[in-house]
Design a protein around this ligand. Structure first.
Ligand code: ZN
Length: 334
């Protein structure tokens, strides 16, 4: 049986992105796999009145089950209303859909947005597959994100050794042919908590800390020039906050040289045509740091609620910070 996202109280990304591009801010796209993460995302979004994209990756579908995740997202809309958010603007999005079949099943199942990631295929095949997904999704008013260029790093089952920046000369043709609603580009962000090797970084002479290479804003500018006002997406945009890496390491973890995208670079990107910024690793780090700390401080605790509660609070704090201080999406969904 087919379900429309509209019956679940979800929205697609069309209007949300148009406003974000015009307003010079970006919508947070947070991945979720479990209840505590979802609660933290919804609490942070409801309290700040920020539109939000709930992302489900292949790894999440394998871990938690696609059916369960969809009903959780449906529950999240009702939960948001209970928190006093009268008109929640919540998108349920498939992250890195890798086939027409997966995208179709999500459209039929109540997702309001899907990504078809055919970026590893030759250009013409990427166009063809993306176009096929768009044709189907648009029949149900579901919006489609496509990707051009390849990101480095590992995220669930998406992995690549090296990045290939998006070629600005391809974007007009690609968007025209595929009719996709937004475009994920590669300008130096990457998946995971180890976005750069120490060799790719420089060291701050004062603190001795690694400083990652800057994003390719010249490529972003060239793309914006080719596609004025078209919604652009950044994947792999966690900042890997040092406080969480330290928290993990201080309490028995081993995350040497974990490094992300500095927040001031994302702030700059959010003001451009970039209107969706994907953040996953930061939530993993906040959760793991908080749990490790709790285990160290309360070795006698064994009720999961005892350690998941501070983990949830830490994630909520992190999500709220991103919304207000990095993306600027607070107050945009009243
Ligand atoms: Zn991604």
């Amino acid at each position: 049986m087919k379900v429309s996202f509209k019956d679940l109280g979800l929205v697609n990304t069309r209007e949300m992105f148009a406003k974000a591009v015009k307003g010079g801010y970006a919508i947070p796209a947070f991945n979720f796999n479990n209840m505590e993460q979802l609660q933290a995302i919804i609490q942070a979004s409801a309290e700040t009145r920020s539109p939000v994209i709930l992302q489900v990756s292949k790894g999440a579908r394998n871990y938690a089950n696609q059916t369960l995740l969809r009903y959780m997202a449906q529950g999240a809309v009702e939960y948001a209303k209970e928190l006093g958010w009268k008109k929640p603007q919540i998108v349920l999005h498939l992250d890195h859909g890798d086939s027409y079949e997966v995208c179709k099943s999500c459209v039929d199942f109540g997702f309001s947005s899907v990504m078809i990631d055919a970026s590893s295929l030759p250009y013409e095949e990427n166009v063809k597959l993306t176009r096929k997904v768009v044709n189907y999704a648009h029949k149900y008013d579901v919006t489609v994100e496509a990707e051009l260029g390849v990101l480095a790093g590992v995220e669930d089952e998406v992995a690549s050794e090296v990045s290939h920046y998006t070629k600005p000369e391809e974007v007009i043709d690609f968007v025209k042919k595929t009719k996709c609603d937004s475009l994920a580009i590669s300008i130096g962000t990457s998946h995971g908590a180890y976005k750069f090797t120490p060799e790719q970084c420089t060291r701050d002479p004062k603190t001795g800390k690694l400083v990652p290479p800057p994003l390719a804003f010249d490529v972003l500018k060239a793309i914006e020039k080719k596609l004025p006002g078209f919604p652009i997406v950044l994947h792999g945009s966690s900042s890997v906050p040092q406080e969480y890496v330290d928290m993990c390491n201080q309490y028995g973890g081993n995350l040497p040289n974990a490094i992300g995208i500095p927040e001031e670079q994302l702030r700059k990107a959010a003001k451009s045509a970039v209107c969706k910024i994907n953040i996953d690793s930061d939530s993993r780090l906040a959760m793991t740091g908080a749990i490790r700390k709790h285990f160290a401080e309360f070795p006698g605790h064994f009720d999961p609620r005892q350690y998941l509660k501070p983990a949830r609070e830490e994630m909520k704090k992190m999500y709220t910070h991103k919304i207000i201080n990095v993306l600027g999406s607070n107050g945009k969904a009243r």
